[in-house]
Ligand binder design. Structure first.
Ligand code: ADP
Ligand code: MG
Length: 169
């Protein structure tokens, strides 16, 4: 499986992780995020905003469900950032129009994605953030087949991220 577990020691490191991983994102990518309230989903998204040169402050779109941001820096021709937080939807039948954004030329990042699981495309990234102490988090990234996970690991190591291995290989 294309999966990597990354130790994220503090808030700045989470923002920077979002920035570093943006280089591996592409138009139409959907990122399904899970993790408790306060895990760092929005913090990670702020890092994507930095990579894309988004001028507006990215904060949780809980009350609006979705916010659309305009990049000012071209990264892999990503034309928009669609930031969704579906926490307030009880299930996908509440708003199936949301999935229309998943096929546009932007990156869609969905907080609490498991609530709308049946609207998500087959090809996506999954990010799960787990608490690991007050400021420490373990972020699990599962990529799709077209993403080079080995290149991601190499890039993360060179940015001083600790990669956690579950098994010996
Ligand atoms: P979520 O969107 O998952 O509910 P937020 O990103 O809005 O979470 O909030 C995360 C909170 O946790 C922020 O207050 C942030 O300062 C704090 N925090 C502490 N350590 C970290 C870390 N390693 N990564 C992300 N956030 C962290
Ligand atoms: Mg949030």
């Amino acid at each position: 499986m294309s999966e990597v577990l990354i130790k994220v020691v503090n808030q700045e490191s989470m923002i920077n992780l979002g920035t570093v991983l943006t280089n591996f994102m592409y138009p139409n990518l959907v990122i399904a995020m899970t993790g408790d309230l306060g895990a760092g989903k929005t913090t990670f998204t702020k890092g994507i905003g930095i990579a894309l040169g988004i001028k507006r402050v990215i904060n949780s779109p809980t009350f609006t469900i979705m916010k659309i941001y305009e990049p000012t820096i071209n990264v892999n021709n990503i034309e928009k950032l669609y930031h969704l937080d579906v926490y307030r939807l009880s299930d996908s039948s509440d708003d199936d129009a949301l999935s229309e954004y998943f096929s546009l030329d932007g990156v869609s990042i969905v907080e609490w994605a498991d609530i709308i699981n049946d609207l998500l495309p087959d090809t996506l990234w999954h990010i799960t953030i787990a608490n690991d102490g007050v400021d420490s988090r373990i972020l699990t990234l599962e990529c799709d087949a077209k993403t080079d996970i080995n290149k991601i690991k190499e890039t993360l190591r060179s940015n001083n991220y600790e990669i956690i291995n579950w098994f010996f290989n």
